[in-house]
Ligand binder design. Structure first.
Ligand code: TYD
Ligand code: MG
Length: 453
């Protein structure tokens, strides 16, 4: 047999190299390269993926491929299903990342206790003792009758037991404590995490089992060996804290079986994680004393609206090169908006530091926040308050034109539902029929927006 091939993997960013290096060329971390024996497992996965495993495979006409929907089943929690793209896909591997304390174990325990009512389910815990988990399940009032538990950190043992028990869903909590005999490195290292995940994923695919892997994130919000794992698994979800400590956001960062723009919202309560079914206004905290530099924007997240506050702070710069800082928005977008504001609004910020923040820890990945950002900036610069009952959304183009965004009317209806009285929106998004209690100002140029406030 050929000698097992060695590679070196950076434990910080997952970058690979054929030889050991003192400093990672990608993330610049020192002494982060760990030796990792590829063994034959990787070749096997590559071969299987290419369809060469075992006996000769057969070809199918594209026309004959069954395109009826991927069979899925519900996790029992609709917010979880939503982010998954409509529930679990048998034979898929899902990685659930998050900070310690985000609620990963709680969410999966709740999910599995319910799933176990319909099919065999196995919860493998390498972190908490079975007593701890049982006490939690009891306190949360979960049905504990059917769920099988296993305290184990050896991948080979887990697979052997899963072969006997034949669960439809397996939870591995967490991948960082698992080890496999085929990797020589210590548990927790990139090599072990990666090999363990690869073995478990292969098992899940072969047996059509749903595999849910918990992964803790490091300080910089990356999973241990992120590059390595994201190639192995099908879906990568992140459960993160928000500014409001009660709420948790779940997002997909990769999904072979669905969209990645869907957002799931949960509240951590004394009865565990509860889904927030009508979450559009959870990030709105109205203060009694409104301040300049703030306006509400209606985002569209996946399939629903979300009202968020955009805040700006504009202060005279002490630096030759004034600062442009964004939290929750793309920084280049801010630089562009400021240029448009100068050129088409006649408002100069070249001697000002500009900070823009999306309240609540929400990340904006669409262009609808352009208009609100500009209005918040102007409001802060002029030290004049924007009426708290105004919302704004719309994309701002380079020539100062206000462009429509998708789901314009739905956004306005949602704002009206939450008591807003005036909407400054792109002309093309303004509804033809009047909305009760809502004044809609349709605009097509930046100058009109500045007038409207
Ligand atoms: P946990 O699921 O253990 O987080 P993770 O597995 O992601 O590390 O959640 C732990 C946190 O959640 C902890 O701070 C306590 C809190 N919590 C509640 O507030 N209510 C509850 O019912 C439970 C089970 C946990
Ligand atoms: Mg946990």
């Amino acid at each position: 047999m050929a000698k097992a091939k060695k590679i070196f993997v950076c434990s910080e960013c997952g970058s690979e190299s054929a030889k050991w290096q003192g400093q990672c060329p990608d993330c610049k971390a020192w002494n982060s390269f760990k030796e990792f024996s590829l063994g034959n497992s990787r070749q096997a996965t590559t071969a299987q993926r290419a369809g060469f495993a075992g006996s000769l495979s057969s070809v199918t006409l594209l026309e004959d491929v069954d395109i009826s929907d991927t069979p899925r089943f519900s996790s029992g929690i609709s917010e979880f299903d939503r982010v998954l793209g409509g529930g679990f896909v048998p034979g898929s591997a899902v990685l659930i990342g998050g900070n310690p304390g985000a609620g990963k174990s709680t969410l999966l325990l709740q999910t599995l206790c319910h799933t176990a009512q319909n099919m065999p389910a196995l919860y493998v815990s390498g972190e908490e003792s079975l007593q701890q988990i049982a006490a939690r399940a009891h306190r949360l009032g979960l049905p504990t009758g059917q769920l099988k538990m296993l305290a184990e950190t050896s991948v080979e043992q887990v697979i052997a037991i899963a072969q006997q028990e034949k669960p439809g869903v397996i939870v591995i909590d967490s991948i960082q404590v698992m080890y496999t005999d085929t990797a020589e490195a210590a548990p927790g290292g990139v090599a072990q995490v990666r090999e363990s995940a690869a073995h478990l994923t292969r098992f899940a695919k072969q047996t059509n089992t749903v595999l849910l892997i918990v992964g803790h994130v490091t300080k910089d919000n990356s999973l241990a060996g992120p590059m390595t794992l994201s190639h192995i698994i099908d879906t990568q979800l992140m459960l993160s804290n928000t500014d409001d400590s009660r709420f948790r956001i779940m997002r997909a960062t990769k999904n072979r079986f669905g969209q990645v723009n869907e957002l799931g919202l949960f509240a951590m309560t004394e009865k565990g994680l509860r889904e927030v079914l009508n979450p559009s206004a959870i990030f709105l905290s109205r203060t009694e004393h409104p301040t300049p530099g703030s306006i509400i924007n209606v985002l569209w997240e996946g399939t629903r609206p979300l009202l968020v506050e955009i805040q700006a702070l504009v202060v005279e710069s002490q630096l030759g090169n004034p600062r442009r800082v964004t939290v929750g928005l793309e920084q280049n977008r801010l630089a562009m908006l400021l240029a448009v504001l100068t050129r088409h609004g006649g408002i100069f910020t070249s001697d000002q530091d500009v900070f823009v923040n999306v309240v609540g820890g929400v990340r904006v990945s669409e262009t609808s926040a352009d208009l609100a950002s500009i209005l918040a900036i102007v409001s802060s610069l002029r030290d004049s308050i924007i009426d708290q009952h105004i919302i704004a959304f719309g994309e701002v183009g380079l020539s100062g034109e206000i462009r429509p965004v998708a789901y314009g009317q739905e956004r306005i209806y949602e704002a009206a539902k939450h008591g807003f009285k005036k909407a400054i929106v792109p002309k093309a998004n303004a509804p033809k029929k009047a909305i009760d209690g809502m004044e809609v100002v349709g605009i097509s140029k930046l100058a009109e927006a500045l007038e409207a406030i």
